[in-house]
Structure formats: structure tokens, C-alpha cells
Design a protein around this ligand. Structure first.
Ligand SMILES: NC(=O)c1ccc[n+]([C@@H]2O[C@H](COP(=O)([O-])OP(=O)(O)OC[C@H]3O[C@@H](n4cnc5c(N)ncnc54)[C@H](OP(=O)(O)O)[C@@H]3O)[C@@H](O)[C@H]2O)c1
Length: 282
């Protein structure tokens, strides 16, 4: 079995945790990102109680903050110059509009900008792997999912669902753009919808209609995190995907299309320009 270095965000709960538990094998060196020290330590203890030979290191970052993401990348680079797999799984949905200390709407910051920035900051390490993979855990991308370019931080009209869908379509559009940039490299980047999954997503942070929707999904239609992790693991491990990049998966072995907004070149160029401004990467 080949040794792999794998970095996973959102490892402390839900889809990320279930994926981590499957990947926790002696041959994999796992870097797990947590924002809360106690939660991180508890996660490590739990994994080691189930998989005593697992190779785990915790790194801490609040992924809503670019300052923390940059420090996280520096931390990783001091330990390794190679990264086989980056799994960008951290995410949230919230009924309340929260702006980060850096002036970014929180859903956009975690669900999209953290995936964007961490991927770009660790690109050299991914290129140093035999076949580097970036996996962006996205969501369903319905026809109404689009970017509000006039008000990307949802200052005027905030809705948790709209902000969530905006962040997820941005994640998918970034996946398509980055795949084009990486065309002649050994690094692939793909996105996956993990399914409707029984996790902590929105459990503490939703109110009203959104809370009702979250409760309904979690009680009646959600799959287990373990089942959902299979989708992420397929993108992580499948040899069939070694040369597949810039695709979106929804559970099957073949990629599926997202909405027309996400493929539109003008939309993608506008988003790319705006994101460079938001992350000071001109
Ligand atoms: N559950 C679903 O039905 C569903 C459907 C479609 C897409 N997804 C996507 O799947 C991914 C995983 O979500 P989940 O369902 O597993 O939800 P979850 O149980 O709430 O897990 C979310 C993870 O993201 C982390 N996170 C959130 N904000 C963070 C921040 N500021 N800094 C660092 N870490 C942060 C959480 O850390 P803490 O443990 O510290 O909170 C947790 O580890 C998300 O991208 C979500 O959008 C889920």
C-alpha cells in the first residue's frame, strides 16, 4: 500500500470525521484541521482508540480567517514539502449573517474562500506528490445557485440558504477554473456533493424555515456520514480518477453537470477577479 500524506479540513464532525476514520491507517499520514483545541484532542483520542496505529497530527485554524489559513499553510510546509491529497470539507450554513473580522461574509469565507486559498497555498506541495489531488466538498448545485456579484457579502438581503448556495456554486466554479490552470500538471481537482447527510450542519446555526428544513432532512432523508464518506473516498482513492480533473460528482462513479451559471465563462472570470481582490492575490 502506498504511503499518502493527506490534509483534511472539517475533520472534527460529520462527513469530514467519517472520511478521516476511514483514512486513518498506518500508511497514511493525516493532518487534521480543527478550530477548537479540545475538539481536536478528543477527535485524536477517539481515532486512536479505534485505530491505534493511525498516524495523526492536528493543526489548528479558524478557516473563516485568511490569516489563520496562511499560518496553517506555513505550519504544514515546515513539516512536509509534499501533499498527496487535500480534502476541503469544512463548511457551514447559518440563519444569521455574520461578517468575519476580515470583512467577509462567514459562509462565503469558510465554504469557498478557505477551499480556494488553502488549495492555492499548498499547490507546490501537491505538485511534489506523484499524483496530487484536491477534493472540494461542495453540495447540490440547483439552477438557482448563483453569485450575487453586486452584493457578494449579502449585506442587503441575507438568506442562509442563498448565501450557502452562492458559496457552493463558487466552490464548483473555482474547481473548474483551477483544473484548467493545472491541465499540464500531475494535480487534479474535483468537487463532490456528499449527499444529504445526518451531521451537525445547521443544527446549531439555523432558525425558522431553515431550521425546519434541516430537521426534516436530518430526520427523514439524510444518509449516514459513513455512507457519505464513501463519495469522498472514491475521489481520494480511485485509480480511475488519476487523470480526471475539473469534474463534479454526486454519488456515482461518473461525473455529472452542474448548473449553466457555473460553466459561464463571464461568471467564472468575474468570480476569479473578485476572489483575487478578496484574498489579496492580484
Ligand atoms: N450534511 C449535509 O447534508 C450536507 C449536504 C451538502 C453538502 N455538505 C457539505 O459537507 C461538508 C461537511 O459538512 P457536514 O455536513 O459534515 O457538517 P458538520 O458536521 O457541521 O461539519 C462541518 C465541519 O466544518 C468545520 N468548520 C466549520 N466552520 C469552521 C471554521 N470557521 N474553521 C474551521 N472549521 C470549521 C466544523 O468544525 P467544528 O467541529 O469545530 O464545528 C466541522 O468539522 C460541508 O462543506 C457542507 O457544506 C453537507
Amino acid at each position: 500500500m502506498e504511503n499518502k500524506i493527506i490534509l483534511i479540513t472539517g475533520a472534527t464532525s460529520g462527513v469530514g470525521k467519517a472520511t478521516t476514520l476511514e483514512l486513518a491507517k498506518p500508511e497514511n499520514q493525516l493532518f487534521l484541521i480543527a478550530r477548537n483545541k479540545q475538539k481536536g484532542e478528543e477527535l485524536k483520542k477517539e481515532i486512536l482508540s479505534i485505530k491505534p496505529k493511525a498516524n495523526i497530527e492536528l493543526l489548528y485554524a479558524d478557516l473563516s480567517l485568511q490569516k489563520d489559513i496562511k499560518n496553517l499553510a506555513i505550519d504544514f510546509k515546515t513539516k512536509h514539502n509534499k501533499l498527496d491529497v487535500l480534502i476541503n470539507c469544512a463548511g457551514l450554513v447559518s440563519s444569521e449573517r455574520i461578517e468575519t473580522k476580515e470583512g467577509i461574509e462567514q459562509t462565503l469565507a469558510v465554504n469557498y474562500i478557505s477551499h480556494y486559498l488553502l488549495s492555492l497555498l499548498l499547490l507546490e506541495e501537491l505538485k511534489n506528490a506523484k499524483q496530487g489531488r484536491i477534493i472540494n466538498v461542495a453540495s447540490l448545485i440547483p439552477p438557482i445557485a448563483k453569485i450575487n456579484f453586486k452584493d457578494i457579502h449579502s449585506k442587503k438581503n441575507y438568506s442562509g440558504v442563498t448565501a450557502y448556495l452562492q458559496s457552493k456554486v463558487a466552490d464548483v466554479m473555482f474547481t473548474y477554473d483551477l483544473a484548467e490552470q493545472l491541465k499540464n500538471t500531475n494535480v487534479t481537482v474535483n468537487a463532490v456533493h456528499p449527499g444529504i447527510v445526518k451531521t451537525n450542519l445547521g443544527v446549531e446555526t439555523s432558525k425558522g424555515v431553515l431550521q425546519g428544513f434541516v430537521r426534516f432532512c436530518m430526520s427523514f432523508i439524510a444518509i449516514t456520514p459513513q455512507k457519505s464518506a464513501e463519495r469522498v473516498l472514491y475521489l481520494t482513492n480511485s485509480i480511475n480518477l488519476s487523470n480526471v480533473s475539473g469534474k463534479y460528482f454526486k454519488g456515482g462513479q461518473s461525473p455529472v453537470k452542474t448548473n449553466s451559471f457555473s460553466y459561464n465563462l463571464d461568471n467564472r472570470n468575474r468570480l476569479s477577479k473578485l476572489t483575487k481582490q478578496l484574498t489579496d492575490r492580484q
